[in-house]
Design a protein around this ligand. Structure first.
Ligand code: GLA
Length: 384
């Protein structure tokens, strides 16, 4: 691949001033609970979005990418009119939200290079948004507050891209730390780093390679369902969010809930308990126990939350039967995308071969595998 700086100079006719990057993420556990005020446990990956940037002395944001010919030329004084842009809506949305929040933006040229596979559920969109936000904040010489940038990126995705997503992905992309997972309370945004000591194990990510087109509508539908569940619970109990509801409270409301809504709520309540338990066993170095929690999370997402689908189920089930696998679950929004499996290092190769073969036999096409490396979220590659 040609160096991003060389491509920048070709596309914009002048050298880049700086290169920054923001990471894709894998969520270890705590799925579909961020928008319910729950705690999540994501980690930033070495798969990332890099941006090369340069001030252009114009009041315009000009954006291009290394691997596609698309180009966006955005007027910084009229950003709200770029909603629904085919390419460049992330850049426009992030810049718009930053400006509204009082950031000083300067015109610049920006080139994107993304190694997070699109549509993989590893948050390529968050990586693009956070890389954009960080670059714009730095070029305009604004004070850097990474959690705040994550919130603005989430808002951009909600308003510009029509996905009513929670805060997890942007937060992990901006705040990830090498060798650590982030335990994030999505209600308060309080967070702490949990050292990820995987001992003789590795995290293996498997991409089911299903084109996931219906994600936005299905995702938004789940959000409405859990909002309905919360309204029903609030008819009986005073609770701040669904994540804080106890299993007993939920049981007491069951008769008031349509069956589907009760299952959605049960997933949220049980998944939040699994996150607490995961942190406990990870701190104790009990990886087999963590693996069992991963399996239970997948079953709950399959049966109660119904966001897995045949491809992710095929991957998880093949992983459960494969050598050296301590646990496996889907990660991210679901309906396609990836699983994450905890696998003994010595068995990783056999694991990939066997799961890959079973998956192909069952689904008809292949999966892609990556051994996850946990990295810093934002990396400043410095001035060129
Ligand atoms: C997507 C969203 C996140 C989160 C996950 C599910 O990745 O962007 O906010 O809701 O799905 O856990």
């Amino acid at each position: 691949m040609e160096d991003i700086r060389a491509v920048f100079e070709k596309k914009f006719g002048a050298p880049a001033e700086a290169v920054f990057s923001a990471a894709g993420r894998v969520n270890l556990i705590g799925e579909h609970v961020d928008y319910c005020g729950g705690k999540v446990l994501p980690a930033a990956l070495t798969l990332k979005c890099r941006v090369a940037v340069r001030k252009n002395g114009l009041n315009r944001l000009r954006a291009a990418a290394t691997d596609i010919p698309d180009f966006a030329d955005l007027d910084l004084s009229d950003l709200s009119r770029y909603r629904g842009l085919k390419w460049g809506s992330y850049s426009a949305g992030v810049a718009d939200e930053m400006q509204k929040a009082g950031y000083h933006l300067v015109g610049c040229d920006i080139l994107y290079e993304c190694t997070v596979p699109f549509g993989s559920g590893l948050s390529s969109s968050a990586a693009i948004e956070v890389a954009t936000a960080y670059a714009l904040a730095r070029l305009g010489e604004n004070p850097i507050d990474k959690p705040r940038l994550a919130v603005l990126c989430q808002r951009a995705e909600n308003r510009y891209c029509g996905v009513n997503c929670g805060i997890m992905d942007q937060f992990a992309s901006a705040n990830g730390r090498a060798g650590h997972a982030i335990l994030l309370d999505c209600e308060t945004l309080a967070f702490e780093y949990i050292p990820l000591d995987l001992q003789d194990c590795a995290l293996v990510i498997a991409n089911c390679n299903k084109p996931h087109s219906l994600v936005a509508s299905k995702y938004n539908e789940r959000r409405e369902e859990v909002e309905e569940a919360l309204r029903i619970v609030r008819g009986r109990f005073e609770v701040s969010n669904l994540a804080s509801v106890t299993p007993e409270q939920l049981e007491a409301c069951r008769a008031d809930m349509p069956e589907v809504i009760a299952r959605r709520a049960r997933h949220v309540v049980n998944e939040c308990a699994r996150v607490r338990e995961s942190v406990r066993v990870l701190r104790a170095g009990d990886l087999p126990a963590f693996g069992k929690l991963l399996d239970a999370s997948h079953r709950s997402l399959r049966d109660d939350y119904e966001v897995t689908g045949p491809e992710l189920d095929a991957l998880a089930e093949a992983a459960w039967a494969a050598p050296g696998c301590l646990g496996s679950r889907m990660t991210g929004a679901g309906f396609g995308g990836c699983t994450v499996s905890l696998v003994r290092r010595a068995d990783v190769e056999r694991f990939i071969a066997e799961v890959g073969e079973r998956y192909r036999d069952r689904i008809g096409y292949g999966a892609a595998f990556y051994v996850a490396q946990i990295a810093d979220g934002i990396i400043d590659e410095g001035n060129v």
